[in-house]
Structures are given as C-alpha cells and as structure tokens.
Design a protein around this ligand. Structure first.
Ligand code: CAA
Length: 258
C-alpha cells in the first residue's frame, strides 16, 4: 500500500500522507514516496498546483518516524549530510505552488513539510510545533531556517527553544497559516485556493514563486534583476499573449502553460 497517495483532480495534484495509525509520521519509505511523487508532479505538464494533506482526522503529520526515520538518519546523516530523504523538498526546483491542508497535528518534520509549502490552510483543531529539542535534536527538515523567515523571530525562538506547540488561531495570528477553518472545510478550502491559482497564468504563477524564493537569498538589486529576467521571459510566452488578448476581448483567458 502506498504511504503517500498521489491523486489527480484536473490540474490539481493531491498528496495524502497515509499512515494515520502512526499519526502520519514519515518513515523512510514515506519520505522516498513523497519525494518521488513531488518529482512526478513537477515534471507533469498537466498538473499546475499541489495540495499536501494527511489521512484521518487527527494528524497532518507528526514528524519524522522516531522509530524508523531517526535511526536511519542517525546512521546516514554523518556520511551524507544532504542526502535524500534528509530534507523533503530541498533542491527540487519545484516552482509549481504547493498548499498544505493541515487537517490536524503538524509537528516536527510535519510542520517542516507545511513550511516548505507556499500556502497553509489549517483546521481549527490543528496544533503546530517543532518539538525536536525535547528529543535532544533540532528540526532537520528546514525548521530552523524556514520558521524564522516566516514568523516574527521571537515566536520562532519560542517554538524552536521550548518545543511547545501552538494552536491554529495563534498560528494565524503570527502569520504561520493563511486561513483557519472548521475541520471538515480544510480540504475544500485548499481546493478552492488551488482552483483560484489555476485560473491564473501557470507560467506566471511559477515565475512569481521562483522570484520570491530565489529572491529571498539575493540583494535587492540582484532580486530586481531576477524579476526583470523572469518578466522578459513571460512576455515571450503564448500565455501572456493570450492573457492580454482575453483582457481586450473581455473574456476569460485560456492558458496553456506555453
Ligand atoms: N514517530 C513514530 N511514531 C509516532 C510518531 C512519530 N513522530 N508520532 C506518533 N506516533 C505513533 C505513536 O507511537 C503511537 O503508535 P502506537 O499506537 O503504535 O503506540 C501512535 O502514533 C499514536 O500516537 P500516541 O499514542 O502517542 O498519541 P497521543 O495522542 O498520546 O500523543 C503526540 C500524540 C503528542 C503527537 C505524540 O504522539 C507525540 O509526541 N509524537 C511525537 C511528535 C514528535 O516528537 N515529532 C517530531 C519527530 S522528530 C522530527 O520530525 C525530526 C525532523 O525534524 C525531521
């Protein structure tokens, strides 16, 4: 049985972490499957937006599987510090948008998967945290880097140093999630956002994500150059010609990702 279900609904890819009995914690196989599914999504021209969620009603993902993944990393990380599946979504050059539909607990590596997404929709029952220090570790899938870049530094420090989880409302207040909705509305809300993004020019959406992510490591001047290069590329695409034509003709554009 697949530990990561990979379903397609039109242009939307849905990845479901499917280990509800272990609160969807990520064992080695699940991390490999997630990586492979994301590569398949990246390379499939028919898919424009991805949603990651967890099976069942308790957890999005309770992090790395402490009994399976952590021993694997303990054995392998010292020799191969950046090897897969050490950090999900690192180095994938995945510019298609990803939405985390956080249907419950998002802890440790689970929150880190959500942090690597672009939009986060949380259930009112969700709790989010990075408890790794309570195990004698630090977050190893990007939490020490992505969390302080996303929320006020004092809140990142509070979460990273105490390991205490916060509730969904607090996550919303500090800018860690985009929306908080009742549990039964998490997936439908994520689908609505995905469908809205699918209405826009897909190449433009990818360029916007690439500019945001690559630009965050650049000086302002270099970031502005990157933006100009991406804009020049978009102006050469069929989609931009169609977008401008549709505006003039007062109709919806028919984008083709070309
Ligand atoms: N790894 C392995 N198994 C896990 C797990 C995890 N991260 N989280 C939960 N489970 C398993 C439990 O072992 C239990 O399995 P059994 O029924 O076989 O005993 C099952 O899921 C249900 O969990 P609990 O019985 O513990 O449920 P609870 O309601 O009493 O507690 C919880 C819920 C507070 C989330 C608790 O399960 C917990 O603390 N889990 C660990 C969370 C954690 O520390 N995550 C970080 C992992 S390290 C990491 O992610 C490193 C990194 O950066 C990559």
């Amino acid at each position: 049985m697949a530990l990561i279900e990979f379903n397609k609904e039109g242009k939307i890819a849905i990845f479901t972490i499917n280990r509800p009995d272990a609160l969807n914690s990520m064992n080695v196989q699940a991390a490999r499957e997630l990586h492979e599914a994301l590569v398949a999504f990246r390379d499939d021209d028919e898919l424009w937006v991805g949603i990651i969620t967890g099976a069942g009603d308790r957890a999005f993902c309770a992090g790395a599987d402490i009994k399976d993944m952590l021993p694997f990393l303990q054995k392998n990380l010292p020799q191969r510090p950046w090897a897969m599946p050490a950090t999900p979504m690192r180095g994938l050059e995945l510019w298609k948008p990803l939405i985390a539909a956080i249907n419950g607990l998002a802890l440790g590596g689970g929150l880190e998967i959500a942090l690597a997404c672009d939009i986060r929709i949380a259930s009112e029952k969700a709790r989010l945290g990075v408890p790794e220090v309570t195990l004698g570790l630090i977050p190893g899938w990007g939490g020490t880097q992505r969390l302080p870049r996303m929320v006020p530094r004092c809140k990142a420090a509070e979460m990273l140093l105490t390991g205490k989880a916060i509730d969904a409302q607090e996550a919303y207040r500090i800018g860690l999630v985009n929306r908080v909705v009742p549990p039964e509305a998490v997936m439908s809300t994520a689908m609505e956002w995905a469908e809205t993004i699918c209405q826009a020019g897909p190449l433009a959406v990818r360029a916007a994500k690439e500019a945001m992510i690559r630009g965050s490591n650049l000086t302002l001047e270099d970031g502005l150059k990157l933006e100009t290069d991406l804009e020049a590329y978009l102006m050469s695409t069929e989609d931009y010609t169609e977008g401008a034509k549709a505006f003039t003709e007062k109709r919806k554009p028919d984008f083709k990702a070309r």
